[in-house]
Design a protein around this ligand. Structure first.
Ligand SMILES: [Zn+2]
Length: 560
């Protein structure tokens, strides 16, 4: 798919011309003063494959100069012995709308955390709530799950909700009538039209696409619903990002691949940008081969992984119910209770699921140990942490000032990106590759989907946005573990992070009171694009051109 860069390129030329006029000299001159300079770092840019020691000059949030000449600025960072590269972009972050979640990820090098898997409801207000108040960049996709709750469970959800709210909202759906309709109930055409119309309104308001936890709603969502939900986003040329429908362990297991192929087939039919969330189940290699072949034909499709062998989910999820967990080749001893750090059993499961069906547990899948080092090397597979909502032992959301050790849950919330840098070092994976997985490929694919804010990020080049991470390649590491009290230990070896040219991590401490984050968003449109489905008309339109065939091979007469 050809990337449309013309408007951005013109913007750059104007910006550079204005700069030359004001200062009377070209880029990189020794006499210039920048807002921030990052000196003597090893600059690595996967798009251009550049790798060399340079000085980086930043002004007004933009990388203005990358040079071997000496430069100076109001702020100066000595990056000797460190890598200087584009800030990490995370497309699957359930803490992205929560200040503590953002803080922990800044320590992990993430400058743009976004939840494109579960998503957001009331997108317009969600963006407005963060305008001028957010330290990292922020973006939202419309949530299929929350829109199912609104229509099928009759939950109004009048305020913005995102990953920080999903456990509360799932519990509310159980409390209402014991049936989580969002998960298990099939929509009538009228209900589907209502849901699609509501989602269309989110897209009109600038949502990045549709986020879908399809795997949690596997029995509720028909193929007709899935296709038409994807289509609402495709009407705008926007992406669909999803946890695939099926998980299982027939012999050989085919469920996860079939779940992926369903969404890929829809995406290809609709020519739609597509992210497959955490492609980490049996057959992931088949899915990657499909994605690669489609990219070779110009389709904008890719997948994510998080670098852990254990997953994390709510305990009431359908796929871990007693009839289903065996289908995963697992049992309740593979489940960890984060409050105790101990493996569970059926008795403990029964007790917790009755008390708190949205309680977040950890679930370990041994086969992933063999696959994890391979994922580091897969082209276009992006690192996305599936960071969980930041809660304490009592399940209460953390706030900005809460300490790191207050977090109780899967360590992927704090350590995903640094862990991939450590694993790359330990497994001799080139920095160029692992950095492309952490920043460039997400920016490239999102930019190709027409998100202009991403066409100027994920690259460390002159005239790109100064979202930058500075890390020590010899020592950078994750520190969060599954042990209680260690879940939230922040990553180390990342002394500086900049968002839009502002230093937000200084000497490995997150800076208080700076809000340089910018919205990642499509422009709002004046009218929506949704046209309601009518089952009869739908079938008629689909079949009409076949009788008679345009090519004369068949006629209505001969086909009878
Ligand atoms: Zn997720």
């Amino acid at each position: 798919m050809v990337q449309i860069r013309t408007p951005i390129a013109i913007g750059r030329i104007v910006a550079v011309a204005a700069f030359v006029f004001l200062t009377g000299c070209g880029n990189g001159g020794a006499q210039e003063t920048f807002d921030v300079v990052i000196l003597n770092g090893r600059v690595i840019d996967p798009e251009t494959m550049f790798d060399g020691v340079r000085n980086v000059g930043i002004r007004n949030g933009t990388i203005v100069s990358i040079t071997e000449e000496s430069i100076s600025g109001s702020e100066s960072i000595d990056a000797t012995g460190h890598v200087v590269t584009a800030g990490f972009i995370d497309t699957h972050h359930h803490g992205a709308g929560n200040p503590w979640g953002v803080k922990a990820s800044l320590r992990d090098g993430v400058t743009t955390p976004m939840d494109l898997e579960l998503g957001t409801i009331n997108v317009d207000q969600w963006y407005a709530d963060r305008d001028g108040k957010w330290v990292a960049n922020y973006g939202a996709a419309a949530s299929h799950e929350f829109h199912r709750m609104r229509v099928l469970d009759g939950m109004p959800i009048a305020e913005p909700a995102d990953g920080a709210d999903f456990a509360r909202l799932r519990n509310e759906s159980y409390d209402r009538d014991d049936t989580p309709d969002w998960a298990v109930t099939r929509a009538s055409i009228d209900q589907l039209n209502q849901m699609l119309s509501n989602i269309d309104e989110e897209l009109r308001a600038g949502a990045l696409g549709i986020a879908s936890t399809t795997g949690y709603m596997a029995n509720g969502i028909t193929t007709l619903e899935l296709y038409n939900v994807q289509k609402v986003a495709a009407n705008y040329g926007r992406l669909y990002a999803s946890h695939v429908r099926l998980l299982g362990n027939s012999n050989p297991p085919t469920e996860a691949t079939l779940g992926a192929f369903e969404q890929i087939a829809n995406g290809v039919a609709l020519n739609q940008p597509l992210i497959l969330s955490h492609n980490n189940n049996f057959g992931w290699w088949e899915v990657e081969e499909h994605l690669q072949a489609l990219r070779d034909r110009g389709y904008n499709v890719w997948s994510e992984y998080y670098p852990y062998t254990c997953g994390s989910s709510t305990i009431g999820s359908e796929f871990v119910k007693p009839d289903n967990i065996g289908q995963l080749g697992l049992d309740y001893t593979d489940m960890i209770d984060p409050r105790t750090g101990e493996n569970m059993n059926r008795e403990v499961y029964d007790r917790i699921v009755a008390e708190d069906p949205a309680y977040i547990i950890v679930l370990c899948i041994p086969a992933r140990e063999e696959w994890l080092p391979m994922w580091l090397q897969v082209p276009h597979m992006t690192v996305a942490g599936d960071q969980m909502p930041p809660v304490n032992e009592a399940g209460e959301l953390l706030s900005w000032d809460d300490p790191y050790d207050a977090y109780n849950g899967h360590p992927r919330t704090v350590g995903t990106h640094a862990k991939t840098l450590r694993l790359a070092r330990e497994n001799n994976v080139p920095l160029m590759q692992i950095l492309a997985q952490n920043s460039y490929w997400a920016a490239k694919h999102l930019g190709d989907a027409g998100i202009e804010d991403m066409q100027v990020r994920g690259r460390i080049q002159e005239n790109m946005v100064a979202d930058i991470v500075v890390f020590d390649p010899e020592t950078v590491t994750d520190n969060g573990t599954y042990t209680v009290g260690e879940n939230g230990r922040p990553s180390t070896g990342i002394p500086y992070v900049l968002v839009n040219g502002t230093i937000v991590v200084r000497d490995s401490q997150v800076v208080d009171g700076v809000y340089p984050g910018q919205a990642i968003r499509y422009p709002q449109e004046s009218a929506g694009r949704f046209e309601p489905l009518d089952r009869d008309i739908y079938l008629e339109e689909l079949l009409a051109p076949a009788f008679p065939f345009d090519d004369g091979i068949g006629t209505a007469e001969s086909d009878r």
